[in-house]
Design a binder for this molecule. Structure first.
Ligand SMILES: [Zn+2]
Length: 506
């Protein structure tokens, strides 16, 4: 979709637009009463996503050293501050960047490899074997570069990741400019580079120790994969380690009914009650999916420090179900939005999840169109999502003291005329091709639709090279006669040994 004619036309006069819109200051010193800052970003509409839902007309944000130092009417901001660089906001909405609360970013390299399968079949017969065979540090670096590009282009500025080789992922994220919570996966059976729990746990702890406080945009964490792939003792061990290290925990939780059945059979309880008993809800936990739970479990989550991440596309695609998000919000659960990995989505565009979340819940349950207003859906991907992901003090809204994670959306396409309600437009009408600017931590990562920190052509070429290796290894010879053949090859060539399947684990 990025190559649509509209986008092409808009990007063509880039040099002229950039010269007109990004005005490097010619003034040597601030005027009397003015203070100098690094950056001012303007917007015809500034949708702050603060608690009061403040929207400014003809507003601006002053940024210094990566922090938002002032928000207000443009005239007032520019009377008080003079910036080294100004991004114009004519015909644009300025809003906080989105927070993707759950993904496996490097899995973009498995995009479209195995679709239309039940969750456990997909995971066990396709994804785990593929990961065992192909995922290494090089795979993660290549996948993460491509994922960074996609996220920068689709207004995500922060994400919570759960994937292998998180140290390599961290180096790529540091260079591409995004903000991330990178959690190291730990699992009871063999996984890429690991024999089982002991070595994956040790590596996760070593990663968290190495990256704690090391980089301002990167938070390391631990990820016991799920209650059906990690034993109770090991989950407890992960919780204790996360608390000792002061790092967050991420986990898949209550994703589908086969998980519910497994947990009931093994432990005679439900997934949320099971992990609550192991201390998971007392930690800084980001729980992904949270589809199958009762109202008592919602109250347990609401009373806890944990956030629940709604992944509507992934849950629909794997037939997992629809999370009762409106009821969770009513009961005070901190809810955010995620894409999940691109192997089950099949992209990392959180913008799509906002619209889907806004629509989906109106069509189920009591079929109440007021159950998920546009502003609520947008909050799940901004301030509310940041709180659910443990980043509430850092990002998610345009407020003084938060880091400057900002995006500008153009309203100039005729598709968006007329404009009555800007929040309605952002949720129901705007497309990711309307995104023009992405700023993270005060650094401009995308300007006039051009990503500055990732070489898109090189990232795509690297990904194609990796895909060719995967096809070769699966015996398709890179003929490219459709990935469906590859899916069959994976199932035939790489089944997970019976004794390692999660349902046979003790
Ligand atoms: Zn996931």
């Amino acid at each position: 979709m990025n190559t649509s004619p509209a986008r092409h036309v808009r990007n063509a006069p880039f040099a002229a637009l950039a010269a007109a819109l990004l005005l490097a200051s010619l003034v040597a010193a601030p005027a009397a009463g003015q203070e100098r800052v690094d950056l001012i970003v303007r917007g015809d509409h500034v949708v702050t996503m603060d608690e009061a839902g403040t929207i400014l007309l003809d507003g601006a944000v002053a940024v210094d050293d990566g922090v938002i130092v002032a928000v207000g009417p443009r005239a007032e901001i520019e009377a008080a501050w003079m910036a080294d660089a100004v991004v114009d906001g004519t015909g644009r909405v300025l809003m906080p960047g989105l927070v993707n609360g759950h993904t496996h970013a490097a899995m973009v390299l498995f995009r479209g490899l195995a679709d239309d399968l039940p969750l456990m079949t997909w995971l066990e017969q396709y994804i785990f074997p593929m990961e065992g065979r192909f995922v290494d540090a090089d795979f993660v670096r290549t996948g993460m570069r491509l994922a960074c590009l996609e996220m920068i282009q689709s207004r995500t500025t922060s994400f919570v990741d759960m994937y292998f080789h998180p140290g390599d992922a961290a180096e790529v994220v540091a260079s591409c400019g995004l903000r991330a919570v990178l959690t190291a996966p730990m699992i009871d059976f063999p996984s890429p580079g690991f024999e089982g729990w002991d070595d994956s746990f040790a590596a996760g702890v070593a990663f968290a120790e190495a990256w704690r406080g090391r980089h301002p945009r990167i938070t390391p964490g631990l990820a016991p994969h799920a209650p059906y792939t990690v034993s109770p003792e090991h989950i407890r061990q992960a919780v204790e380690a996360a608390e000792r290290l002061g790092v967050p925990l991420s986990i898949h939780l209550a994703e589908d009914t086969s998980e519910t059945a497994t947990i009931r059979e093994r432990y005679a309880t439900t997934p949320v009650r099971h992990v609550a008993g192991l201390g998971v809800l007392d930690a800084s936990t980001v729980a992904a999916h949270v589809v199958w739970l009762d109202t008592l479990e919602m109250d347990m989550l609401a009373a806890s420090s944990a956030g629940a991440i709604h992944n509507p596309t992934s849950n629909l695609k794997t037939g997992a179900g629809i999370s009762p998000v409106p009821e969770m919000i009513r009961r005070g659960v901190k809810v955010g939005l995620g894409t999940d990995g691109a192997a089950s989505n099949n992209d990392l565009d959180l913008w799509e999840e906002v619209r889907l979340a806004a629509l989906l819940h109106k069509g189920v349950g009591d079929r109440d169109p007021s159950v998920m207003p546009a502003a609520t859906a947008l909050c799940l991907a901004t301030r509310c999502g940041a709180e659910a992901a443990g980043l509430g003090d850092v990002t998610g809204s345009i407020e003084i003291g938060k880091r400057a994670d900002l995006v500008q959306v153009s309203l100039e396409s005729p598709r968006l005329a007329p404009l009555y309600d800007v929040v309605s437009h952002l949720v129901y009408a705007v497309d990711h091709q309307d995104l023009v600017t992405t700023v993270v931590d005060g650094q401009v990562l995308m300007r006039e639709g051009v990503v500055l920190t990732v070489d898109g052509a090189a990232a795509a070429a690297e990904a194609a090279g990796m895909a060719a290796r995967i096809r070769d290894a699966l015996g398709d010879g890179g003929a490219g006669d459709g990935m469906r053949a590859d899916s069959q090859a994976i199932a035939g060539v790489l089944p997970l040994p019976e004794h390692l399947r999660w349902e046979h684990l003790p």
